[in-house]
Design a protein around this ligand. Structure first.
Ligand SMILES: Nc1ncnc2c1ncn2[C@@H]1O[C@H](COP(=O)(O)OP(=O)(O)O)[C@@H](O)[C@H]1O
Ligand SMILES: [Mg+2]
Length: 312
């Protein structure tokens, strides 16, 4: 969910024009970069297009992300976490999914710059072209299993094993909290080869957990695809058929108690977040979202609770 920036930004906020100093990641050299436009104020970040203007370095189109949230608050922790995710993500996931290369770091302004990739995330795809979404969703499910396998390989040395076997939920794995469908996209120009179409970003600091933790995050994100705008979609609540479809593939790598706990945790976290919403959001909107959101999340928790009665 993003909106175009209409008001004057704070002096240090991302805005088109001026050059700033940053570090070019390959080679760790000091470079000048600037934002060229398309600035979006998102809930957790400001994003925009940019370029590197130093001689000898060709990066004419980069994606800039500044860790300043919609309330104007700087998020150094989020910046550090995203930076910390980069190397392990490359190591574990680059063989099965496209990860935009990190090109620029400006630690002072909390800006990271990436190779620009034209993609549509699954939540965007669902809103733009539902038929295409369904096709891409069918195609992505086996890829999610491949990713779970790769995450488990980080700790348990996948070379010893031949693929992730059923009932693998308790295998130790490197878990990226942001590895979920709203942070995964389908590349616009990669036609044909399904393996090269998928890209992912915004993964968050990884921790050592188990496969089930990563599976729960994926299932939750599928349950949240209808969350947010437009209101008609939000009102319909989670798409349980989509969850069923995902459960058929991901069920063997899930632990029902873990799913229930993760879904309930989301309910608590979102209730807290709404209470602390920014002052510019009207009270009516807050209350409305709270009621709708609660209903939505209850439906999700109920779905998770019912999984206990099925065999995956
Ligand atoms: N390298 C990239 N190139 C172009 N667009 C990107 C790139 N990475 C992310 N995006 C787009 O920007 C959006 C926001 O990025 P993300 O890192 O998920 O930020 P947030 O923390 O605000 O969710 C994504 O949903 C995606 O559409
Ligand atoms: Mg994101």
């Amino acid at each position: 969910m993003s909106e175009a920036l209409h008001h004057n930004p704070e002096p240090d906020e991302l805005s088109a024009g001026q050059c700033h100093a940053g570090q070019f990641v390959p080679g760790a050299v000091q470079v000048e970069y600037r934002c060229t436009g398309n600035v979006r104020r998102r809930i957790w970040s400001l994003t925009g297009a940019g370029e590197i203007v130093s001689p000898g370095i060709s990066a004419s189109r980069i994606f800039l992300k500044q860790f300043i949230n919609r309330g104007g608050r700087q998020d150094r922790r989020g910046f550090d976490q995203e930076l910390a995710s980069h190397e392990p993500a490359e190591k574990l996931l680059s063989a099965c999914v496209r990860l935009p290369k990190l090109l620029l770091v400006d630690a002072e302004r909390l800006i990271l710059g990436y190779e620009f990739v034209e993609c549509l995330t699954f939540d965007e795809l669902l809103r733009q072209d539902e038929n295409l979404f369904r096709r891409e969703f069918d195609a992505v499910l086996p890829h999610l299993v491949a990713m779970l396998d790769a995450l488990a390989g980080g700790i348990s040395n996948a070379k010893q094993r031949k693929g992730l076997h059923p009932a693998a939920a308790s295998i130790r794995a490197t878990v990226f909290p942001g590895l979920e469908l709203r942070n995964m996209g389908v590349l616009k120009d990669a036609v044909g080869d399904p393996d090269s179409r998928l890209c992912t970003f915004d993964l968050g600091r990884p921790y050592e957990g188990c496969v089930a933790d990563a599976t729960s995050a994926l299932l939750l994100s599928i349950g949240l695809l209808n969350w947010g705008r437009p209101l008609t979609r939000f009102l319909t609540g989670p798409d349980l058929e989509l969850l069923d479809q995902a459960w058929q593939i991901l069920g063997p790598f899930a632990d029902v108690e873990n799913v229930v706990a993760r879904f309930e945790q989301e309910e608590v976290a979102r209730a807290r977040r709404v209470k602390a919403a920014n002052n510019f959001e009207s009270v009516a909107k807050k209350i409305g979202i709270r009621i709708l959101g609660r209903r939505y999340l209850r439906a999700l928790s109920k779905y998770a609770g019912n999984l206990a009665r099925r065999s995956p």
